[in-house]
Design a protein around this ligand. Structure first.
Ligand SMILES: Nc1nc2c(c(=O)[nH]1)N[C@H]1C(S)=C(S)[C@@H](COP(=O)(O)O)O[C@H]1N2
Ligand SMILES: [Mo]
Length: 508
C-alpha cells in the first residue's frame, strides 16, 4: 500500500487532464460548454433561494468565485478517490469518471443556447481522463508487484509522467479558457460603436439634484459603480452584428429587429433608477443612470399584440427570462430597449448590445440584459425565471428610502449634524421624506431637485444634536400619490423588502 499516495495523485492528474482537455476543446465550441461552466450553471439554476441568500450574505458578489473553487475541490477529491478505487475495485474508478463526464455533457446540452457540439468538451475530456487513469494505475500496479533497485527508477518515471501530464493539463486548460474568452470578447467592437443621437436629449442633470454632501450617494451612478446582478457565470459576449430581437407569440405579425434596423429609428434618452428586489432596507442594490434606447411601446405595437395578452416574457441569450405586464410596457412611460448607458454603449456586464429598462419595475421582472426575445403571452400561461423560484410574478418597485449620512454607529460631538440620503418610488415620484430622532415627532427633510419621477431623489435634514448619549434616527418617504411607505418590516422575498431605515449615533 506504499503507493496509495501515487494512486491518489494519478486520479487527481487524470481529473485535471479531463478538465484541461475540456477547456481546450471548448475553444472551438463555447466557453460555457466546459464541465466547470455547465455544471456550475446547473447548480446556480437549482440552488434553493434561502441557501443562495445565505451564501451571498456571507461572501457577497464573490459567490461565483466561491462556486468555482468549491467545484474544483470536490472534483479533485472525487478524482483522487477514483484513483484509489480504480486499483482496488477496477474498473469503478473509470466508471466514476464516466458518470461525471455524462452528467457534465447533460448539463452542457441543457444550457438554453446549447448545440449538440456542447457535449464535446466533456466527452473528449472524459475519454482522455479515463485513458490516462487506466494507464497510470496499470503502471503503478506493476510497481507495487515488483521490487528491488529498478523499481525506484520506474517509480521516478511515473512521478515524472504525473508532473508532465498535470502541468500540461493546467497550462492547456488556462490557455484554452483565455483564448476561448478572448476570441469571443466584444469589448473592442463595443469601443467602436457610435451611439445614435436622441430626439430631445435629456437635459443635463440640474446642479440642484446633487446636494454634494460628503458621504451621500451621487445622484448619477457611474457605469463602473453601477450595481450588477445576474445569473451569468461568464458575461455573455453578444456581437451587435449577430444580435437580433424577435417579437413573437400572441401577435398579428412576428417581428425580427437587427441592430442595423434600430439605426432607422429615433431613440430617447432618459434618467431611470434601476432597483433590485433583493435589496434589503438600507442596501445598495440600486443605481441611477442616463439610458439611451427605443420606446418599447412602439416596438411591441408594431407587432400587433392580441387584446387577451397581458405579459411580455423577455428572454436573454443565456436563457434568463423576466415577465412584465404588457400594460406597463405600453402605458406611455419610458420603458425602452436600451443601447446606451451614461453616454456609452452598454457595458458588456450591463447587457451589451441591448437590454430592457422599465421605470417602476424591479429588475427581475423587467430589466433583461443581452435581450434576444419578447414573447407576448399571458401570466396564466408563462412563468419567468425568478417566479418559478418563488418570487412574485409582479414586481412594482416599493416606496423606500435610505440614510447615507451619518454612518451607522459613529460617535460625534454635540452640534449641528447633517442627516442625508436618497428616496425612491419610481414612476410615482417622491413627495416628501421625514426624519424622526428617538421618540420625537416626524420632521420634514429638504428634498433636492427631482429631474424625473423615474429616479431617486436626494434629501437632507439638519439635526441639532444637543443631548449626549445614544440616539436612533429613522426615515420614511411619501410617494407622489401621497402614500407613505409602510413601517412593516418585510424581508426581500417574495416582492421586495419594506420598513423604515434607521441607524444609531452616539453624541458625546
Ligand atoms: N440576462 C439577464 N438579465 C438580467 C438578470 C439576469 O440574471 N440575467 N438579472 C436581472 C436583475 S435581478 C436585476 S436587479 C437587473 C440588474 O441590472 P444591472 O446588473 O445592470 O444593474 O438585471 C436584470 N436582468
Ligand atoms: Mo434583481
Amino acid at each position: 500500500m506504499a503507493d496509495r499516495e501515487l494512486r491518489i495523485a494519478a486520479g487527481i492528474v487524470a481529473g485535471g487532464v479531463t478538465l484541461g482537455v475540456a477547456e481546450v476543446v471548448s475553444v472551438l465550441v463555447s466557453p460555457d460548454s466546459t464541465p466547470l461552466q455547465a455544471v456550475g450553471a446547473w447548480i446556480v439554476d437549482h440552488t434553493p433561494d434561502g441557501f443562495r441568500e445565505w451564501v451571498i450574505g456571507l461572501v457577497g458578489t464573490n459567490d461565483k468565485l466561491l462556486l468555482f473553487v468549491s467545484m474544483g475541490v470536490v472534483a479533485f477529491v472525487l478524482a483522487g478517490i477514483a484513483g484509489v478505487v480504480e486499483r482496488e475495485r477496477r474498473p469503478f474508478g473509470s466508471v466514476l469518471f464516466a458518470v461525471f463526464g455524462l452528467l457534465s455533457m447533460l448539463a452542457a446540452l441543457g444550457r438554453p443556447n446549447a448545440a449538440w457540439t456542447w457535449a464535446l468538451p466533456a466527452l473528449l475530456g472524459m475519454i482522455a481522463g479515463i485513458l490516462l487513469l487506466r494507464g497510470l494505475i496499470e503502471k503503478i500496479t506493476r510497481l507495487d508487484a515488483g521490487a528491488g533497485e529498478d523499481m525506484s527508477v520506474e517509480r521516478r518515471q511515473v512521478m515524472r509522467g504525473l508532473l508532465v501530464a498535470g502541468g500540461a493539463a493546467l497550462v492547456g486548460g488556462v490557455a484554452g479558457r483565455l483564448i476561448g474568452l478572448r476570441s469571443r470578447d466584444v469589448s473592442a467592437e463595443r469601443a467602436d460603436v457610435r451611439l445614435p443621437t436622441p430626439s430631445e436629449p435629456e437635459p443635463s442633470v440640474e446642479p440642484g439634484a446633487d446636494l454634494r454632501i460628503p458621504g451621500l450617494t451621487p445622484y448619477l451612478t457611474s457605469n463602473s459603480d453601477f450595481y450588477r446582478i445576474d445569473t451569468a457565470l461568464t458575461v455573455p459576449q453578444v456581437s451587435k452584428d449577430d444580435w437580433s430581437l424577435r417579437i413573437h407569440g400572441m401577435v398579428d405579425r412576428e417581428i425580427r429587429l437587427t441592430y442595423a434596423d434600430l439605426a432607422a429609428k429615433t431613440p430617447i434618452e432618459r434618467l431611470v433608477t434601476l432597483a433590485c428586489v433583493s435589496n434589503p432596507v438600507g442596501g445598495d442594490l440600486i443605481s441611477n443612470a442616463r439610458w439611451l434606447g427605443y420606446p418599447l411601446k412602439e416596438l411591441i405595437e408594431a407587432a400587433g399584440p392580441h387584446p387577451d395578452a397581458d405579459m411580455v416574457l423577455s428572454r436573454s441569450v443565456d436563457g434568463f427570462t423576466a415577465g412584465s405586464p404588457l400594460a406597463v410596457l405600453t402605458d406611455g412611460r419610458d420603458a425602452m430597449l436600451a443601447v446606451g448607458m451614461n453616454g456609452e454603449p452598454l457595458p458588456t456586464a450591463h447587457g451589451y448590445p441591448a437590454r430592457l429598462v422599465v421605470p417602476g419595475l424591479y429588475g427581475y421582472v423587467s430589466a433583461t440584459k443581452w435581450v434576444s426575445e419578447l414573447e407576448i403571452t399571458r401570466f396564466d400561461r408563462a412563468e419567468a425565471f425568478w417566479t418559478r423560484r418563488g418570487w412574485s410574478a409582479y414586481g412594482p418597485i416599493k416606496t423606500e428610502c435610505r440614510i447615507d449620512v451619518p454612518r451607522n454607529h459613529i460617535t460625534t460631538p454635540p452640534g449641528k449634524i447633517t442627516i442625508a440620503g436618497v428616496a425612491w418610488a419610481q414612476h410615482r415620484g417622491i413627495k416628501g421624506v421625514e426624519i424622526r430622532v428617538d421618540q420625537g415627532d416626524w420632521q420634514p427633510a429638504r428634498l433636492a431637485v427631482a429631474p424625473s419621477i423615474d429616479t431617486w431623489v436626494q434629501w437632507s435634514y439638519d439635526w441639532d444634536a444637543t443631548a449626549s448619549g445614544l440616539h436612533t434616527i429613522w426615515a420614511r418617504a411619501t410617494d407622489g400619490t401621497g402614500a407613505t411607505q409602510t413601517d412593516k418590516q418585510q424581508d426581500v422575498v417574495p416582492d421586495g423588502a419594506t420598513g423604515y431605515p434607521s441607524l444609531t449615533v452616539r453624541i458625546g
